[in-house]
Design a protein around this ligand. Structure first.
Ligand code: DMJ
Length: 504
């Protein structure tokens, strides 16, 4: 396969063959019966996590259509919950990366704050119309965020949360300081790609450019292309796209003969350190970015890599069981099933399938994700889908199941997805809400909380929940591609130093 590693600004509509559904397709999906009964057999796992079924419940989701007023009330509620969590951060952790919602202590990832929560949460505030809060957060970022720090940072997290947040907020607000910060960050991070293979080291020192961490994985190698591609567009400097694309291609070229990738790879020796294939965390956004980069940049190489990967994913990882469609793990070389785990992180995949025009499969997988949520009233981080027992009981406020619900509602207009969203919001408010924020759950069975409120709760969880109910004019789904942290990037081509086309 011949890969063009240089990004070309010449992409046109006709280059694009992976895209959103046509109006006609949307109308035909929307015509499916509006009231469905979703019967999901769920077996509640035991507290020890062993395969001991303690009870069996039937969860029935009937989806009556929601009125515009109902939807507006839901959107308002989500907005209020965002404000509640934001006010907690503002009161106890202002200027830090995050709030610890039980102890009311601030939390910083590294020796200096990188303002994770404000940067990650800013575009959600803009979309929600929280203008005073957005302006205050932007002022904090504009005046206090300083990347000139002698500390090693995790490339993946900094890219998806900070680079993604700065770029999308720039596109939404036109605040040039945000773009300048993104470019400064991008320049400081470029040395991460200086490995013999072109795949990024795991950590880079923001001041010195020194790197460390040779053991990486597909998600961390492959989830740079949206952010660095948009940075290339906005600055007119293709180097950002070229480096990120070279890394993805290097990873893709090391896939097995049957088209699967493993869970761990050494970026210097290019040897796989873990040959477990799947769509789970560690691999997830590698696949997501192949598809999304194909759409966002009209990149035919990414489209080919996505199409080829999808065949192998559906052949070896998809697992149709009596209790529904799941995706498990397999040996990357033989395709033999190794384990049957599915979890909160895997729940991103219906969104990707829907974006790839396989709405039927997306809907079936979403039903399974919803069964997972209902197992204990909040989704566990992982279960064994054969025994329906919980193998990791945490719920760190993850967004993926809500993200897929939003995509499926957008594509089908089936009100059952609005009902699913209501289930999530009610559970979040019942089990995770604290006096000054929202807390992760250490165990979804006991509902015991833990002292963490990740910035993605602001960037993703509440954004997707809000967009599910907000008027479509809030954000034109067809005009953006979300990065893996839910930061919307404009699909329309924007020239360097140009004026963002969409304002808020
Ligand atoms: C987020 O940071 C991103 O969605 C990432 O791709 C996976 N994990 C978290 C949320 O669960």
């Amino acid at each position: 396969m011949d890969f063009r590693c240089r990004w070309s600004p010449q992409g046109t509509e006709k280059d694009r063959t992976v895209d959103e559904p046509s109006e006609k397709e949307i109308r035909s999906w929307a015509a499916t019966p509006g009231v469905l009964a979703l019967l999901l057999m769920v077996t509640i796992g035991s507290a020890s996590g062993h395969a001991q079924a303690v009870s069996t419940a039937t969860t029935s989701l009937t989806a009556a259509p929601m009125t515009q007023a109902d939807k507006a009330a839901m959107a308002d509620q989500v907005r209020r919950e965002y404000l509640h969590a934001w006010n907690g951060y503002r009161k106890y952790a202002w200027g830090h990366d995050a709030l610890k919602p039980l102890s009311h202590e601030p939390f910083d990832w590294y020796s200096h704050s990188l303002l994770m929560t404000p940067v990650d949460g800013l575009d959600t505030m803009v979309l929600m119309g929280l203008k005073p809060q957005a302006d205050e957060a932007r002022k904090l970022i504009d005046t206090q965020l300083n990347f000139n720090q002698d500390m090693y940072v995790k490339d993946f997290e900094i890219t998806i949360r900070l680079m993604g947040g700065l770029l999308s907020s720039y596109e939404l607000t036109g605040d040039k300081r945000l773009l300048a910060l993104a470019e400064d960050l991008g320049t400081r991070m470029l040395p991460m790609f200086n490995s013999p293979t072109g795949m990024p080291y795991e950590y880079v020192n923001l001041r010195t450019g020194a790197v460390r961490g040779v053991n990486s994985n597909p998600a961390e190698v492959g989830s740079m292309l949206i952010e660095y591609g948009v940075l290339a567009r906005l600055t007119g400097k293709p180097i950002y796209y070229d480096k990120a694309k070279r890394a993805v291609v290097a990873l893709y070229q090391r896939q097995s003969a049957i088209g699967l990738v493993g869970s761990g790879i050494n970026v210097e020796t290019d040897q796989w350190t873990d040959k477990t294939a799947g769509i789970q965390g560690g691999i997830d956004s590698y696949y997501e970015y192949l598809l999304k980069a194909a759409i966002l940049f009209h990149d035919p190489d990414c489209e080919r890599m996505w199409r080829h990967s999808l065949v192998a994913i559906n052949k070896y990882l998809a697992d149709q069981r009596p209790n529904g469609l799941w995706y498990g793990q397999a040996d990357m070389n033989t395709g033999a099933r190794t384990t049957t785990y599915y979890g909160a992180l895997d729940a991103f995949f219906p969104a990707v399938l829907a974006l790839s025009n396989d709405v039927d499969r997306a809907a079936r997988l979403q039903n399974s994700s919803y069964a997972m949520w209902n197992l204990a009233g909040v989704e566990p981080d992982q279960l064994n889908y054969v025994t329906m027992t919980i193998t990791n009981p945490e719920y760190p406020l993850r967004p993926e199941i809500i993200e897929s619900t939003y995509y499926l509602y957008t594509y089908t207009h089936d009100p059952k997805y609005l009902a699913m969203g209501k289930t999530y919001l009610e559970a979040l408010m019942k089990y995770c809400r604290t006096n000054d924020g929202y807390a992760a759950l250490a165990d979804v069975r006991s509902k015991k909380k833990s002292d963490a409120m990740e910035s993605y709760f602001f960037a993703e969880t509440l954004k997707y929940l809000y967009l599910l109910y907000a008027p479509p004019s809030t954000l034109n789904f067809k005009s953006v591609i979300f990065n893996t942290e839910a930061h919307p990037m404009q699909r329309s081509f924007i020239v360097a130093a140009g004026i963002p086309k969409k304002g808020k």
